[in-house]
Every structure is written in C-alpha cells, then in structure tokens.
Design a protein around this ligand. Structure first.
Ligand code: ADP
Ligand code: MG
Length: 688
C-alpha cells in the first residue's frame, strides 16, 4: 500500500520548501509541479557532461556541444530605429574566441558581465568568426553550491519564463538530499523485477548493477544526478516500470471489481437465427472469423459479462462477426446496441443489418444526431422489461444502431444484452463505460481496425480480452500502391479515367475542406469544382464533415448505387466504408496524413474481385515524410504500419486526436517499452 497523503512528506506542496515563495511556486505550477513529489519527478530534458568539454576551437557546425570560456567583451546594438537589436558576447578560453548572439532579446544584457565565466551549449552557425546564435548558457558561479553545477553530469531541465536553470537544479539537489529517504517502493520488489534489464546484449561495464533494477529512490537520484550517462536509461526504465505497474493495477482492480459485482446475462443463443443468416450470407466465414466467434460465444455463455476487444485489419470482415455476436444475444431474447463513430458509418451498418436481419424478424433501428425519431419510436413499442432468457416464445428483439447519440441520457436501451462499439479508437474509455451503463452489465464487444501495437493495446485495453481476425477473406483483388509527385498528376488522372471507363469507382481524398491559403494544401471544395469538369462524363460527388446529414446521405447512396463514380472527400471516408466496386484511392498531400490513417484509407479499396490501386501524391519524397510513405509502398500489413507510425509520430497521432483514454507518462515510452509493460502486467497481477 502507498502511504496515505497525510503521512507522505512527498505530498506536501512545494511552498513548504526553503526558498520557494509565491512567485516561484507560480512558475513551478506552470511546469505542472505542485508537490515535492512532482518536483522530484521533473524529468531533465538533456544532460551536459561538464567533466569533459570541448574547447572553443573544437566546436563544429554539425553537432551541439558544451564549451566554457570567459567573457572578454559584450555589447548591445540597436538598429532600424531601435526596433531591432542584437546582443553579443565574446568568449575566450585560450584556444579561440566565440561570438554568442541573441537577436531582438535586448534584456539578455542584464544577465552577463565582462569577466564572467560561462557554459555555452550549441553548434556553430558560422566558423569565421565562430558564431553561435541563441545558445543555451549558464554563468559559472563559485560558492559552496558550485559542485552541483560543475565538474559533473549536470541535468538541464525544461523551464518556464523567469525560472533560472541554476536555481531549479539547486532546488532539486537540496530537495533530494532531504527527501530521498522518504521515497518508498510503490510495489514489493521481487525476483521478478530482474528481466527488466536494458537488453541481453547490452555492453554493460563490469560491476554495474544491470541485473537488478535500482530502488525507486536510487532511480530518482540517478535521473537528476547520474554518475554516468548510461545511468539515465537504467533509471528511466525503473521509473517507467512504476508508471506501468500503477496503470496495470488500476486496470486489474477495475476488472476485478467489475467481476465481483456483475452476473452475466445468458446470451449464448441457440443458433435458430444464426443458421438461416449464415445460409443466406453469400459467402463462407473464414477460419479466423469462426475462431473468434467461438471465443465470443464462450464469453456470452460464461459467468461474467464479456469484455472483449476484436482486432482485425481493414477488410478482415469484422462486421459479419459483430452480426453473429448480435444474433446470439437476440436469439437469447435480448436487445443489442451498436455504436459507430460517424453518421455515415452508422447508416452503412443500418443499411447492411436491415438487409441481413429484417428477413429474420428482427427490428433494426437507427439513432444518430439527425434521426432521433426512429429510435424514440422503438422505445414506445418497447417489450415488457421482464427477462426470460432461453425460453422460446420471445418477443422479437431489436438491434439499435447509432452514433454517440446512443449515449444521450434519457434515451433508454431496454433489455440490453450486448453492446458493440465499432472503431473503438475513436471513442474514449468513458464513452465505452457510458454505453455499457445503459444496461445491467451487458456483454461488451469493441472492434478496432487500427492494428494496435502490443504496447498500446496493453495500456489502453489492459482490462479487455483480445481476439484477432488474422486472415483476410479470399477472392479479393490485389492492391497496388504507388507514390507519385504532383508533376505526375496528369498521367494519374488519365489512368483513373480509364478505370472509370472500365466500370470501376474511385475515392479522391484531400486534407482540407476549405482553402485557407496556407501550406499549399489542397482543399476538397475547390478541387471538386475542377474535377467535375475533368472527370465528365463520369459524375463526381462531394463529401466532407461540414455537409448536412441529408446531403452526406444522398452522396453516399449515390456512390453505393454507382450513380456517382468518383467520391471527392476528406478523411471522413477513412473509417469503415465498404463499397466493393471502388478500386481507386487517390490521396493528395499524402505527407499530411499519418501512416495508420493512410492504411485505413487504402482499406476502402481491394474489397471486391478487381485489382485495386492506391496512389499517394506527395512532393515530400525525402526526409521523414518520404520515409513514412515508403512504408506503405512496401507493406500492407497493418501491424507493421502501426508500429512504424507509433515510432515516427507517437501514440496521439496513431490513435487520433479524439482518443481520450490514453494516459500520459513522464518516463514510459509506448513505442519502446513492450518488455516493461508486459512485466508490469505480471507484477500487478501478483500484488494483492
Ligand atoms: P472490416 O473488418 O474492415 O470492418 P468489413 O466487415 O467491412 O471489414 O468487411 C469487408 C467486406 O468483406 C464486406 O463487403 C464483407 O461483406 C466482406 N466479407 C466479410 N467476411 C467475408 C468472408 N468470410 N468471405 C468473403 N467476404 C467477406
Ligand atoms: Mg468496419
């Protein structure tokens, strides 16, 4: 157990520290430092090895480095009527002279004096004379505390206006000295912590304790004042592990708590609807789909309500699986709710499920922001609330389909047996819980097409069991992916026109709705006007988020019916859409999209028997953007793509801005720390 707040000295506010008054406290608060513990966990942004530094003569243009020297001259020059200025100091260390300049920051003048000795960190902008513009500097002062700042590896912290680096470093040093002994182990350390060493092949210097993780107190000490730079990573891993253990414990407690309170509704079904449904489907389920359905049926028959995440790459056929799960609950006499992230997707599901389920005597109701009436209608016709599972003459049950409008309070979902959430990464954990609370512990199936790297999966969905559809249905045309520059657009359009002439359809995606004039990004509204002419006699339709629901609906219906051949759209088409005759995906300004997002877009094609083509237009062929796009040319494996995206752009980008369930870590790194997250999961399970 963690000590209670009142007897935990680390929980005291920073104002109880010597030297921290109201103004400093305000500055610290801007860095999110409120308590002593926050201060001790303030992570340095980099380190300077002040035991060895370069002479001024050794500085280069390529690599930032630390040097030190004495100020031999300084001056402020104003020009353009005093609006512009440059402040300059000249340093000498015996090897050479160095000019440091600050443009338009005249107040820098007050921090330096001739004769001061200072540290300078940066790389040369010019070599003759040697100049660094806007370097990081720190004046070297003598005195009894100077040992904190020089002749050691010094931490360099994130700062805020008015807060000096040196002051903060001193404060952290003194606070550590006083409070280090109060830092407790947050969970019992045992032999199981051992595998968490950096890596088997690490070339650890002999005698360093790599086999064992440092204590938390040591790790915090090493983070601020490492003896060697290699200590920093060892400490980071220990503190990251603590963060992961805390999170996993929380999730496991939530799950345990939930299981002790809840008794599952019997929703295993008896196949009487499933049989005719599968017989009329028109295709056979893949082995992967059947395996997942067995897992789902076992859950829905068990003692505790199902909490399951269904992962499957785009096009792997999750919708049918959701349909079968829904039928199990419906056969058992319960209603089912299916929540989708956009109206378009909700409508597509409504369309499919009506076609599938109505012949079976099941009602399908739609509730989106713009269609509330339909669902209210359903409420009026609601069957009596008594639950008589597994008896035969059951009321015909209802499948409710909708967007987050399903969550509206006051909207009742009677006799709710199963909740299905499509494209879960678009919703946060809170919304998941909100929907589940509409019933008495209904079963929950969440589906995601963003293949989630293991690290993220375990952090976001640690409280869910996972099923994976790891096989695509057969009989699909291949998808070829090309990366092209804008110069090649005329040829690309010629190619697309040929495909339209052959009877196929196309998606054309732009990054913006409206032209804002910045960044040279193409906007869908403007391009649509050009494309209408370019593509004639074929018809183009416009789709973006600012259209009214009715307008979106019309365009989508037209596209599905092949009255519209080219859908000119924003990323609104990214999730879920299923139009098998569409075989072209053209994305302009492709460098503006995340990899996982482009993979989703590409997932809209390759759904029918015809060969498909994904064409990514971008002039950013080099650098990080170009490298990213190449990954797409090379693979269609969603997991590989998601991992690359996580490494290149971070979890926020991968999951979309709206993801609200992602915890923030000071030390944990979701792209790298899979071993720690797995270890944390095991440790959390061992802690009572
Ligand atoms: P996603 O997993 O991306 O949500 P969908 O459920 O939209 O994929 O399925 C993609 C397409 O594949 C749909 O047209 C669906 O009817 C079809 N499909 C699903 N399962 C099979 C199967 N076993 N065999 C053939 N086609 C299938
Ligand atoms: Mg889908």
């Amino acid at each position: 157990m963690r000590p209670q707040i009142q007897d935990n000295p680390l929980a005291a506010p920073v104002t109880t520290l010597w030297g921290v008054g109201a103004e400093r406290a305000m500055q610290l608060a801007r860095l999110d430092i409120h308590t002593i513990e926050d201060l001790l966990l303030h992570r340095p942004r980099r380190y300077e090895d002040r035991r060895h530094f370069r002479t001024i003569a050794e500085l280069t243009r390529d690599e930032a480095a630390t040097t030190r020297g004495t100020i031999v001259a300084l001056g402020l020059r104003r020009f353009r009527g005093g609006n512009k200025s440059v402040f300059e100091i000249i340093l000498d260390d015996g090897s050479a002279r160095l000019h440091c300049r600050w443009w338009n920051l005249p107040f820098m003048e007050k921090y330096f004096a001739v004769g001061d000795e200072i540290f300078v960190y940066g790389k040369l902008n010019e070599t003759k004379p040697r100049i660094i513009d806007h370097p990081e500097t720190e004046v070297i002062e003598g005195g009894e505390e100077s040992f904190i700042h020089i002749n050691r590896i010094a931490p360099v912290y994130p700062l805020t206006e008015g807060l000096p680096q040196r002051w903060l470093r001193g404060l952290i040093w003194r606070t550590l000295e006083k409070f280090e002994r109060h830092i407790v182990e947050p969970w019992p350390q045992g032999r199981d912590a051992r595998p968490a060493r950096p890596s088997e092949e690490s070339d650890a210097p002999a005698g360093r304790p790599y086999q064992f993780l440092p204590t938390r107190a040591n790790a915090i000490h090493m983070t601020h004042f490492p003896e060697e730079l290699t200590d920093v990573e060892i400490a980071r891993r220990r503190l990251a592990l603590d963060e992961f253990v805390a999170l996993q414990r929380e999730m496991q407690l939530r799950r345990k708590n939930f299981e002790s309170k809840s008794r599952a509704l019997p929703c295993g079904g008896d196949n009487r609807l499933m049989k005719p449904f599968l017989a009329r489907l028109g295709f056979k389920l893949t082995n992967a789909q059947m395996k997942v359905l067995r897992e789902i049926r076992a859950d829905m028959n068990s003692e505790h309500p199902m909490r399951r995440l269904l992962q499957g790459d785009v096009g792997s056929g999750k919708t049918v699986v959701a349909g079968c799960a829904a039928l199990m609950a419906l056969e058992s006499g319960f209603n089912v709710a299916l929540m989708a992230p956009t109206e378009i997707l909700a409508e597509q599901h409504f369309h499919n499920f009506s076609r599938w389920f109505e012949p079976l005597g099941i009602k399908v109701q739609l509730r989106t922001g713009s269609s509330k009436e339909t669902a209210l209608q359903a409420k009026k016709n609601e069957a009596p609330r008594t639950v008589k599972p597994s008896t035969f003459n059951l009321q015909p049950s209802t499948l409710f389909i909708g967007t987050h409008a399903l969550l509206t309070s006051g909207f009742d979902l009677p006799r709710l047996g199963l909740v299905i959430i499509d494209e879960q990464h678009r919703f946060g954990v809170t919304q998941r819980e909100q929907l589940v609370r509409k019933g008495r512990y209904p079963h929950l199936l969440v589906m995601t097409a963003t293949p989630i790297p293991r690290t993220l999966g375990l952090t976001l969905y640690g409280d869910l069991d996972v099923s994976v559809i790891d096989q695509l249905p057969g009989g699909r045309g291949k998808i070829k992916t090309f990366l092209r520059t804008t110069e090649k657009l005329p040829e690309v359009w010629k190619f697309i026109l040929q495909k339209l002439a052959a009877g196929r359809q196309a998606y054309v995606v732009y990054p913006r709705v409206e032209d804002s004039g910045v960044g040279g990004l193409k906007a869908v509204k403007k391009e649509f006007e050009n494309l209408k002419k370019l593509l004639a006699p074929f018809r183009a339709g416009l789709l973006h988020g600012r259209l009214k629901s009715r307008e979106k609906d019309e365009v989508m219906t037209g596209f599905r019916a092949n009255q519209i051949q080219a859908l000119v759209a924003t990323t609104l088409v990214e999730v879920g859409l299923d139009v098998p005759n569409a075989t072209i995906m053209l994305v302009e300004n492709a460098e503006r999209f995340g990899l996982a997002q482009l993979h989703q877009l590409r997932g809209r094609i390759g759904r029918g028997v015809h060969e498909s083509h994904c064409i990514l237009i971008s002039d950013a062929k080099i650098g990080e953007a170009g490298q990213r796009l190449k990954v797409l040319e090379e693979t269609t494996d969603g997991f590989r793509i998601a991992e690359a995206d996580l490494k290149l752009r971070g979890p926020g980008e991968l999951l979309g801005q709206r993801q609200s369930g992602l915890p923030e870590f000071r030390f944990g790194n979701l792209a790298e720390d899979l071993d720690l997250i797995q270890l944390a999961r095991e440790l959390a399970a061992q802690i009572e």
